[in-house]
Design a protein around this ligand. Structure first.
Ligand code: GDP
Ligand code: IMO
Ligand code: MG
Length: 449
């Protein structure tokens, strides 16, 4: 039987990816689109992600579990490209269960996803402290401003190989203990070199704790690569949920102020084991303005009353760390670039409601340095230094738009703002966020099928 015969009405396998520096509202859009798909797949990042879903006033913050989990009949898969902190994952499962969310066979975790261990988190913090005391581009010295969730050190171990541990190792106590002994010995030497005075990790104790986590997670652990290929053969429709965002992509973001995975759509094949041609549609998520948490360049940042207003109206405080997010005007040089590398077929423009009440709005369409102008993004922190945004100014609107029912009913200047984004980026806006609730999303006619 061909895939078409298995399900002639299958919706295209779709990716939801952030086109800025994160927190674009991916969780809300994934939750909304879950209704149209069968399998929701995380392919990158770890508990550095914080995805918010609001349903009937109930707020869920998801870190490791795909944002499709609120639908009991959908399969949620944590792919091999994710780094899994088992303690955080178990807490997340328990806290969702306490709120009545069903989690059983509907959650699958790759046996090949790498583990985040407590020493990765200590190392993340120790590196950040070390770097903060050294000269760098930002106020925090050379520190990246990580979430301190151990993401960088866990991916570094994955690449270093011999001291890394994977989810599947949790189910083999002997292997777990041997690997931890080696890893802890190396770790102790490194921590001493960094001047960390905390006692070195005890491999026996860690192996016992992690073997216990393994027992709790055992029903969910499997080879997700075969599972995903099976799902595709059966004609099921996949939805890929990007964590973090394209400007934080390890290869294509504002290096070195990035995270440690490929968070653009380019990470999907490697992070799931599915050939890239199966990503049939890419929805790029962008806020109607820009935000960034942590260090690194941000050409359109607003350190003034308007930036403050956007932060308060948009409740721009981190879902994972609670840190205030840096806010600024919409940077379309950056979005045009990330839409290009992600192959975005459609855009979702979220948080448009936050801009109501501003007299005028600015969008950055080029960068200028001296008499040089460029419309190309410069995905390197030092290369971006010294470039100033070139702005277009558009009129704002006063009306609140949370109750809007479709794009045509938005104030004229809001529609002009959206039209101009489409022109500059060259990709249609098919979803518009006018409030945080699942229902506060305006969809283009094509989504109503
Ligand atoms: P994610 O990491 O991309 O999933 O985004 P976060 O959940 O970290 O941050 C987005 C924030 O904006 C959350 O607090 C959402 O509830 C909220 N949000 C999402 N879409 C909209 C929208 O269209 N309007 C408003 N006002 N809030 C939104
Ligand atoms: P979601 O999925 C916003 C940022 C951190 C820091 C840099 C590296 O919610 O959009 P890391 O802990 O990954 O080593 O930190 O990346 N960062 C995010 N910023 N949203 C995220 O995820 C982020 N994930 C990582 O603030 O600047
Ligand atoms: Mg977030």
């Amino acid at each position: 039987m061909t895939v078409e015969e298995a399900n002639p009405n299958r919706r295209p396998h779709t990716a939801v990816v952030g086109l800025q520096w994160g927190d674009e509202g991916k969780g809300k859009i994934v939750d909304l689109l879950t209704a149209r798909h069968d399998v929701i797949v995380r392919y990158n990042g770890g508990a550095n992600a914080g995805h918010t879903v609001i349903v009937e006033g109930e707020r869920y913050a998801l870190h490791l579990i795909p944002s499709g989990i609120l639908y009991p009949d959908k399969l949620c898969v944590v792919g091999n490209g994710v780094v899994v902190d088992p303690e955080t994952l178990i807490e997340e499962i328990e806290s969702l269960r306490r709120r009545g969310v069903e989690i059983g066979q509907n959650l699958r975790i790759s046996n090949r996803a790498h583990l985040v261990l407590p020493y990765h988190k200590e190392q993340d913090a120790a590196y950040e402290e070390f770097l903060a005391a050294r000269t760098g581009l930002g106020e925090a010295g050379a520190a990246i401003g990580t979430t301190r969730r151990g993401i960088g050190p866990a991916y570094a171990d994955k690449v270093r190989r011999s001291t890394a541990l994977r989810v599947g190792d949790l189910l083999h106590p002997r292997r777990l203990r041997d690997r931890l002994e080696l890893a802890c010995r190396l770790r102790a030497a490194e921590m001493t070199a960094l001047g960390v005075t905390a006692p070195p990790p005890d491999p026996i104790d860690l192996a016992d704790r992690f073997a216990a986590f393994g027992e709790r997670l055992r029903p969910h652990i499997e080879d997700t690569v075969y599972r995903l290929h099976d799902c595709m053969r059966e004609g099921r429709s996949l939805l890929f949920e990007g964590a973090n965002a394209s400007l934080l992509d390890i290869d294509h973001g504002t290096y070195p102020y990035v995270t440690s995975s490929n968070c653009s759509s380019l990470g999907i094949p490697a992070g799931t084991g599915l050939p890239g041609r199966h990503v049939e549609r890419v929805v790029g998520i962008m806020k109607a303005y820009s935000t960034r948490v942590g260090g690194g360049p941000f050409p359109t940042e607003l350190d003034d009353e308007i930036g403050h207003r956007i932060r308060e109206r948009g409740r721009e405080y981190g879902t994972t760390t609670g840190r205030p997010r840096r806010c600024g005007w919409l940077d379309l040089v950056a979005v045009r670039y990330t839409a290009m590398i992600c192959g975005a077929d459609a855009l979702a423009c979220t948080l448009l409601d936050v801009l109501s009440g501003l007299d005028e709005l600015r969008i950055c369409t080029a960068y200028r340095r001296g008499d040089e102008t460029t419309e190309r993004f410069l995905p390197d922190a030092e290369d971006l230094e010294g470039w100033a945004p070139v702005y277009e100014t558009l009129p704002g609107w006063d009306e609140e738009i949370e109750e809007a029912s479709d794009r045509a009913s938005l104030p004229q200047n809001a529609r002009r703002y959206l039209d101009r984004i489409e022109e500059v980026v060259g990709v249609p806006i098919e979803l518009i966020g006018v409030g945080p609730d699942r229902t506060q999303t305006l969809t283009a006619a094509a989504w109503g099928d």
